[in-house]
Design a protein around this ligand. Structure first.
Ligand code: NAD
Length: 399
């Protein structure tokens, strides 16, 4: 039975999925520190973590049986990816499981800001009855400007249009416009037209300081601003000035340049205490639905790799997806991305009379991955010969 350890209270759907498939699954509620982890994963083949378990090179060195790591979250900064790759350990995560959650929060916040709900709610809790239409708007017919038209930005586009908003977007890549959305050639063009500007860019280094004084001054008077993407993108001091001056009528911010490390740690920001500014503690993607989806999604990736050698959407290995239907035997070979490895493997198989029925090769950076379906079980001597080819990293026979 393949051994699995799931840490950090990963959603139970993950463990259920793997147990149903016959894995020997152990779970642990919290994260483990380096020494505890080294002790715990000696015999583990599949490991599941979230964001607070750090997989260092030292830990990976101490896990000779480890085949794959599932990061049951979005980010993989907690894993030494080059070290994992060099040891032939596949890493998977769940890049899309919380897309819808972020989009729904953004939609809710656009309406809340347009209706000044936060301000009205605060007044009511303070015993103030302030019935007024001043400064409250419908979103229908307003223009939403989306900066970053990736998974989240493009889904937001579709739902905003369903609400009757006009959508324009700017992306550094050439993206297909969905529905009636219109692509802008520059961010300046977008800022000149948008009643609501929403950032959905990724965290590439060039995006630090993407949105500051120079951009805010170009926004339409009384427009709204949202950042549910990355804290580093936005100059919060400039945002405060523009909200105080009334140039920006409201803002919703979920991500901050510096965020508290632990639950209960104090939160400091220029944006505290402003009217019609909604602040949330990086919860855009935090819903029970997203957690369930992450549990199921990452568990299925670990299973597909363990039982079939499939690496689709792996963070670090080349992607191969071969048939999961009944077949003979499968060899999954990870190697240095060097010329001639495929020929060497096939040379060994050919000389030993092993018939290849299907084969797929992919490379990514420094590694290559070749999956070969063969008609009969391959003997240990042949496996040894392939495993010890000069550029081999790891070989598995999957039956
Ligand atoms: N608040 C949360 O809890 C939460 C949850 C999930 C994701 N996120 C963040 O949301 C962001 C978007 O996520 P995604 O899954 O849509 O990512 P994605 O990679 O699918 O899309 C990002 C898009 O931004 C574009 N882009 C990058 N830099 C740009 C720039 N300077 N100007 C214009 N376009 C630019 C890219 O070309 C890409 O199309 C990420 O930063 C992600 O970390 C936040």
């Amino acid at each position: 039975m393949t051994t699995v350890l799931l840490l950090e209270s990963i959603h139970t759907l993950g463990a259920d999925f793997l147990r149903d498939k016959g894995y020997d699954v152990k779970t642990h509620d919290g994260a483990l520190d380096e020494d505890e982890l080294i002790e715990a994963i000696q015999d583990i083949e599949l490991l599941g973590i979230r964001s607070t378990t750090y997989l260092t090179e030292k830990v990976l060195n101490a896990a000779p049986h480890l085949l794959a790591v599932g990061a049951f979250c979005i980010g993989t900064n907690q894993i030494d990816l080059p070290a994992a790759t060099a040891r032939g350990v596949a890493v998977f995560n769940a890049p899309y499981s919380n897309t819808r959650s972020v989009v729904e929060l953004a939609i809710g916040e656009i309406i809340a800001l347009a209706r000044r709900l936060h301000e009205k709610n605060t007044d009511m809790h303070a015993g103030i009855w302030n019935k007024s239409a001043a400064g409250s708007h419908e979103v229908r017919g307003r223009t939403l400007g989306i900066v970053g038209y990736g998974n989240i930005g493009s889904q937001l586009s579709v739902i905003a249009e369903a609400l009757g908003m006009r959508v324009i977007f700017f992306d550094v890549d050439d993206k297909l416009a969905l529905g009636n959305a219109r692509k802008c050639a520059t961010i300046e063009e977008l800022l000149a037209e948008a009643d609501v500007v929403s950032l959905h860019v990724d965290g590439r280094p060039g995006n630090a300081g993407l949105f500051g004084e120079d951009q805010m001054v170009l926004m339409k008077p009384r427009s709204l601003f949202l950042n549910l993407s990355r804290g580093i993108t936005t100059d919060t001091a400039a945002l405060r000035r523009h909200v105080e001056s009334g140039h920006i009528a409201g803002a919703a911010v979920d991500v901050f340049p510096i965020e508290p490390k632990r639950q209960g740690d104090p939160f400091e920001s220029d944006l505290r205490g402003l009217k019609n500014v909604i602040l949330t503690p990086h919860v855009g993607g935090s819903t029970e639905e997203a957690q369930q989806d992450i549990g199921r999604f990452v568990a299925s990736k670990l299973d597909a790799y363990s039982r079939f050698g499939n690496t689709s959407l792996s963070v670090n290995l080349p992607e191969i997806s071969m048939s999961t239907h009944a077949r003979g035997h499968r060899l999954a070979h990870l190697h240095q991305n060097a010329p001639g490895v495929l020929a060497s493997i096939n040379g060994v198989l050919g000389q030993r009379g092993v018939n290849v029925e299907a084969q797929s090769l992919a490379t990514k950076g420094t590694v290559g991955y070749v999956v070969t379906d063969v008609s009969a079980e391959v003997g240990d001597d042949v496996l040894d010969e392939v495993a010890t080819l000069p550029d081999s990293i790891r070989l598995r026979q999957i039956s």
